[in-house]
Ligand binder design. Structure first.
Ligand code: DGL
Length: 278
């Protein structure tokens, strides 16, 4: 296990994802705990993680944690569902700073939300294959039945910006028919990109199904964690101090373009780093 310096309240939070999708988590943290500084890393050279093996994702995630630690982060959020499913446990065992993922917070809310015990989960192939949401939900609600569905076309559709497009609606209808047939009353948006399709998905599944957004729930969990550890930053960064920094492993311009379409105040720069060196 690596050792940690004394954690500082004004140290940044590290947030990482396989690419741009984790910005949905970043955005929730920005809104819910606005005093915090953050370092975001998007592994744009090696995206997608959704179709890769546990070993590969764990190796990538380990390098990213090592990189984030060079910025003296006080905690790390694995903002990617697939990395949370496959690598979180290993990271928590190897590094001695608090590391949280996005799966447990979403699973917890879904387990408490369902009335009829039928919960749908949509995510990448990897997350669905890991059955991680089933594990967490059934720990809290052993009677719940979980219906998983991989929706691989959602990620490129979001990155293309087709959030409310008729093509996206058609794709969603085909994917989600298998879940609505099962009388689900709760649906977890178990992939970083899916909260951006929220309105299309809600239209397809109907108003009686409650959508759970793990990005939002993760920011809530993070706030509680920092508060319990007395690590919340008590004051906003002073003017001129850099509150947010963005790093990617490839194609910074493309990252910025997407980031600026979803982050309200805009992101001026992103730096490309060689993540394999960590
Ligand atoms: N960030 C990934 C997730 O939440 C989706 C994109 C990918 O496959 O890397 O699972």
């Amino acid at each position: 296990m690596e050792s940690t310096n004394q954690l500082q309240k004004d140290a940044p939070i590290g947030v990482f994802d396989s690419g741009v999708g984790g910005l949905t988590v970043f955005r929730e943290i920005m809104q819910q705990i606005p005093n915090e500084k953050m370092i975001y890393f998007g592994d744009t050279a090696r995206v997608p993680y959704g179709s890769k093996s546990k070993e590969t994702i764990t190796r990538f995630s380990r390098q990213i944690v090592r990189f984030l630690r060079t910025h003296h982060v006080k905690t790390i959020v694995v903002a990617c569902n697939t990395a949370s499913a496959y690598a979180l446990e290993a990271l928590q065992a190897e590094f001695d700073i608090p590391i949280i993922g996005v799966v447990e917070p979403g699973a917890k809310v879904a387990a408490g939300t369902t009335k009829n015990g039928n919960i749908g989960v949509i995510a990448t192939e990897g997350t669905i294959g890991s059955r991680i949401y089933n594990t967490y939900i059934n720990r809290l609600n052993p009677d719940a039945t979980i219906y998983g569905k991989a929706c691989p076309l959602f990620v490129p559709l979001v990155e293309e910006g087709w959030l409310n497009d008729s093509v996206t609606h058609e794709v969603a209808s085909r994917y989600l028919a298998q879940l609505t047939d099962k009388d689900i009353d709760t649906l977890i948006l178990g992939c970083t990109h899916y909260p951006l399709l929220r309105s299309t998905i809600q239209k397809v599944v109907g108003g009686r199904v409650t959508l759970v957004n793990p990005a939002y729930e993760t920011a809530v969990t993070l706030q509680h964690l920092l508060s319990d550890m007395d690590l919340l930053n008590p004051k906003a960064p002073s003017p001129g101090e850099q509150q947010y920094q963005f790093f990617v492993s490839d194609k910074a311009e493309r990252f910025l373009e997407f980031a600026n379409s979803i982050i309200e105040h805009g992101i001026p720069t992103a730096q490309t780093i060689q993540i394999e060196e960590y």
